[in-house]
Design a protein around this ligand. Structure first.
Ligand code: MGD
Ligand code: MGD
Ligand code: SF4
Ligand code: MO
Length: 666
C-alpha cells in the first residue's frame, strides 16, 4: 500500500482558507488534517473539514452526466455520456441563440469553490458566447462599498494584530461559526488581559467568549455607532491629535452627530438603554488599542452600506489606527496580487449584454422580458441560497427553461436540471487561492484523480467552447497553464513573494508595507468622515426595509454548514433538525412550546421549523441557523422562502436579514 501526505487548501467561502494535509492511500483520500506550516491557520481545522474525505468519497457524489427523465424537480434522471451531454447542451444553445439571441442564456455561479481559476471558469466562455451577465452581489458588496466610502482603498490591517489589542469588539460576527482562527487570536489577547465585546442581535455561540454581550435591534447598528460617536464628541473623548493629522471633515461630521444622535434617540432605535450607549462610548474611548472585527450580517439590510460606513468611522475618532492592535478589520482584499483578467477575459465582451442581479433570480426567471431561456448553474445552489425561494423554484420549474447544473451532489437546484454534469471536489483539480481573512495565498495541485467521471469547472468550459466552435487560444490551456500565467504577472505584490514556495504548494504570506495602517487610500489621503465625492457626503442612520410582520428573522450561519454546502454530510447534521429559535415571551404569546412543529410566514412564503424556545433570543427576534436542503427540512421549503429580493442602499447587495415574519403552530 502506498501512503502519501499531500498539501491542499480549503476551497470553501470562509475567511480562513486553511492549509490542508491530505493523506492519500492507493490514490484515495483517506484523511484530512490542518497544515501546521500555514502562517495563519497553523494546523487547526473547523469540524466541517476535519473529515473532508467523507465529502470527497461520499456515496452520494454525482459521478456521471445525467439527463432528466421525469418532471422538473422530481429528481428522475438517467446517465448519459459526456460527449452526449456536451452535444445536447451545445445543440440547445444554438437553437436558443437562433430564436432568442445569446442573452437568453444566463450563467449562475457564486462561491462553491473560491479558487481563482475554477471560481471564475465560466467568464471567458460566457463573454465569448454573448450571454447575459450575472451581477454577483449576494454576499457583502454593500459592506465593501460602505468601508470604501470612509477608507477608500486602504489596505486591511493584519489579523494577527488582534493579539495586541486591549478591547476587541466582535461586531456582527459569529466567529465560532465563521472565523475560528481569528477567534484564536482573540483568545490570545484575552490571556493578555484584553476585554471582548460582542454586538449582535441574539446570543450566538460566540457569546460565551465575550465579556459583554450587547444585543441591538436588527438593522440599527448605524444608529448605535453614531450614538457612541455622539458621546465621544460631546464629552471630548476623541483623539484630537490623530484627527488633526489623519481625518478629513471632522467638524462637519461632529456638526451632524451632535444634534441628531443623542443617547435617548439612539436608544429608541437600537433598544439599548441610553446608559449602555454612554458606557460603550466611554469604554471604547478609554481603550488603548480598540479593535473592531466587523462581520457581514449587518450589511445584509436595506441600509447595509450606510451602516458599515457609520461603524467604519469609529476608529478614526479613537485614533485607533495609530496603535498596534487597534483599528477595524472588515475584509482583506488581496485582489491586486493577481491580474485575473487572464481568466475572466472581459475583452471577449464585444457588445455589453444585459445584466441580471443574482439576488433577483426569482424575478429574472419568472418575469424578465425577453425571457431567460437557459440557465447554467455551477458551484452554486440557487434553489437553496437565493432569496425568495418560491419565485426561484417557480422559475426553475418552467418547462421551457433549459437548465444545466454542474454539481458534486444532488442539491435542490440539481433536482430541477435538464442536464446534470458531475463536478470534481477541490482535491481533484488545480487552483490558486487568496483569502479574505488573512494575507496568505496558496496554490493547490490535484491530490487524487477525479472521482467517477467528474470534471473541473474549467475543463467543462473548455469542452463547451470546443462544441460551440470557439477556437480562442485561452480554451486550449489547462488550469495549471492559467495559474502559471497568473504567477508570471509582475504585480507589485508578487514581486515581493517567494514564487518558488508558492509553485511548490506552500502557503505564502503577501507582505504588508510597514506603514500600511496609516496610508489611507482615499482622494484626500485622510480618513473621510466627510466624503465630498459621495452623493451623501456624511453618514447617517437609514431605516432598514422591514416587512409588515412582528418578528425579525435572523438567517444566521451554523458551524455545521457553509451556506448550503456540507448538507450532504449526515455525520455533521447528526440528527439535528431545522429549528427556529424564539424567546420564551414570543413563544408564550403564540401558545407555542419547545420542540413542536411551527410555521414561520410572511407575504413571500411559509416555512416549517421545529421550535426551540431560548432566553438567548430577545423578544421580537426569530433565529433560523443554516441554509438547509429541502429533503432535510420539516416541510417543503427552507429559510429563503421568507427572505426577499430587495437590494441594499448601495452596491445592489442581498438583504437576507432584512426580513420579518410571524410564527404559528404548524
Ligand atoms: N460555518 C459557517 N461558516 C461560514 C458560513 C456559513 O454559512 N457557515 N458562511 C460563509 C460566508 S459566505 C460568509 S459571507 C461569512 C459570513 O460570516 P459573518 O461575517 O460572521 O456574517 P454573518 O454570518 O452573515 O452574520 C454574522 C452575525 O451577524 C448577526 N447580525 C444579523 N443582523 C445584525 C444586525 O443588524 N446587527 C448586528 N450587530 N448583528 C447582526 C447575525 O446574528 C450573525 O451572528 O461566513 C462564511 N463562513
Ligand atoms: N438565508 C440565507 N441565505 C444565504 C446566506 C445566509 O446567511 N442566509 N448567505 C449568503 C451568502 S453570504 C452567500 S456567499 C451565498 C453562497 O451561496 P453559494 O455560493 O451557492 O454556496 P453553497 O450553498 O455553498 O453552494 C455551493 C455549491 O457548489 C458546489 N461545488 C463545490 N465545489 C464545486 C466545484 O468545484 N464545481 C462545481 N461545479 N460545483 C462545486 C457545492 O456542492 C454546493 O452545492 O449564500 C447566501 N445565502
Ligand atoms: S471552512 Fe473555514 S475554518 Fe473550516 S477548514 Fe475551511 S477555511 Fe478552515
Ligand atoms: Mo458570503
Amino acid at each position: 500500500m502506498e501512503t502519501k501526505i499531500k498539501r491542499s487548501v480549503c476551497p470553501y467561502d470562509c475567511p480562513d482558507t486553511c492549509g490542508l494535509l491530505v493523506t492519500v492511500e492507493n490514490g484515495r483520500a483517506t484523511a484530512v488534517a490542518g497544515d501546521s506550516a500555514h502562517p495563519f491557520t497553523r494546523g487547526a481545522l473547523c469540524p466541517k473539514m476535519t473529515h473532508y474525505e467523507r465529502t470527497v468519497n461520499s456515496p452520494d457524489r454525482l459521478t456521471r452526466p445525467l439527463l432528466r427523465t421525469g418532471p422538473k424537480g422530481s429528481g428522475e434522471f438517467r446517465p448519459i455520456s459526456w460527449p452526449e451531454a456536451i452535444d445536447r447542451i451545445a445543440g440547445q444553445w444554438r437553437a436558443i441563440i437562433a430564436a432568442h439571441g445569446a442573452e437568453a442564456i444566463l450563467p449562475y455561479s457564486y462561491a462553491g469553490t473560491m479558487g481563482l481559476v475554477q471560481r471564475n471558469a465560466g467568464h471567458a466562455f460566457f463573454h465569448r458566447l454573448g450571454a447575459a451577465r450575472l451581477e454577483r452581489t449576494i454576499c457583502s458588496s454593500s459592506k465593501d462599498v460602505g468601508w470604501k466610502a470612509v477608507m477608500g482603498n486602504t489596505l486591511a490591517m493584519h489579523p494577527d494584530e488582534a493579539k495586541d489589542s486591549d478591547l476587541i469588539i466582535l461586531w456582527s460576527l459569529n466567529a465560532v461559526a465563521t472565523n475560528i482562527h481569528f477567534l484564536r487570536n482573540v483568545r490570545e489577547a484575552q490571556k493578555r488581559g484584553a476585554r471582548v465585546w460582542l454586538i449582535d442581535t441574539y446570543e450566538t455561540p460566540t457569546a460565551r467568549f465575550a465579556d459583554r454581550v450587547f444585543l441591538t435591534r436588527p438593522g440599527a447598528d448605524a444608529a448605535l455607532a453614531l450614538g457612541i460617536m455622539h458621546v465621544m464628541v460631546r464629552d471630548g473623548l476623541v483623539d484630537k491629535a490623530f484627527i488633526e493629522k489623519y481625518v478629513h471633515g471632522y467638524d462637519e461630521f461632529a456638526g451632524r452627530i451632535l444634534p441628531s444622535y443623542p443617547p435617548a434617540a439612539v436608544s429608541a432605535l437600537t433598544g439599548l438603554p441610553a446608559e449602555v450607549i454612554e458606557e460603550l462610548a466611554r469604554g471604547y474611548a478609554a481603550a488603548k488599542a480598540p479593535l473592531i472585527r466587523l462581520g457581514s450580517g449587518l450589511c445584509r439590510y436595506g441600509n447595509g452600506s450606510m451602516t458599515v460606513r457609520a461603524v467604519a468611522c469609529l476608529p478614526a475618532l479613537a485614533g485607533a489606527w495609530a496603535k498596534r492592535g487597534g483599528g477595524l478589520l472588515a475584509s482583506i482584499a488581496t485582489g491586486g496580487a493577481f491580474d485575473t483578467t487572464a481568466v475572466t477575459r472581459e475583452d471577449f465582451i464585444t457588445a455589453p449584454t444585459r445584466i441580471v442581479n443574482m439576488n433577483k433570480l426569482g424575478d429574472a426567471l419568472t418575469e424578465l422580458a425577453p425571457p431567460v431561456m437557459s440557465l447554467y448553474v455551477y458551484h452554486s445552489n440557487p434553489a437553496a441560497i437565493t432569496p425568495d425561494q418560491n419565485k426561484v423554484l417557480a422559475g426553475l420549474a418552467r418547462e421551457d427553461l433549459f437548465t444545466v447544473v454542474h454539481e458534486r451532489f444532488m442539491t435542490d437546484t440539481a433536482r430541477y436540471a435538464d442536464i446534470i454534469l458531475p463536478a470534481t471536489t477541490s482535491l481533484e483539480h488545480s487552483d490558486i487561492y487568496r483569502a479574505y481573512g488573512h494575507y496568505c495565498v496558496q496554490r493547490a495541485y490535484p491530490v487524487i484523480a477525479p472521482v467517477g467521471e467528474a470534471k473541473a469547472n474549467w475543463d467543462v468550459f473548455r469542452l463547451l467552447a470546443s462544441a460551440m466552435g470557439f477556437n480562442d487560444e485561452v480554451f486550449a490551456r489547462s488550469a495549471d497553464d492559467l495559474i502559471d500565467e497568473l504567477l508570471a504577472q509582475p504585480t507589485p505584490w508578487l514581486a515581493q513573494t517567494d514564487l518558488a514556495a508558492l509553485r511548490d504548494g506552500q502557503a505564502v504570506e503577501l507582505p504588508l508595507p510597514p506603514d500600511a495602517k496609516l496610508t489611507f487610500g482615499t482622494a484626500s489621503g485622510k480618513i473621510e468622515l466627510l466624503n465630498p465625492a459621495d452623493p451623501e457626503p456624511l453618514p447617517r442612520y437609514l431605516p432598514p426595509h422591514g416587512d409588515d410582520a412582528p418578528l425579525w428573522l435572523m438567517t444566521a450561519p451554523t458551524p455545521i454548514m457553509l451556506n448550503s454546502s456540507f448538507c450532504e454530510r449526515a455525520d455533521l447534521l447528526d440528527g439535528q433538525s431545522m429549528t427556529l429559535k424564539l424567546s420564551p415571551a414570543d413563544a408564550a404569546a403564540r401558545g407555542l412550546s419547545d420542540g413542536q412543529r411551527v410555521v414561520a410566514f410572511n407575504n413571500r412564503g411559509e416555512v416549517a421549523f421545529i421550535l426551540a424556545v431560548t432566553p438567548g433570543v430577545p423578544t421580537g427576534v426569530a433565529v433560523a441557523e443554516g441554509v438547509w436542503w429541502i429533503k432535510d427540512a420539516p416541510g417543503d421549503r427552507t429559510v429563503n422562502a421568507l427572505t426577499s429580493q430587495r437590494l441594499t442602499d448601495r452596491a445592489a447587495g442581498s438583504t437576507f436579514y432584512d426580513t420579518k415574519v410571524d410564527v404559528r403552530a404548524g
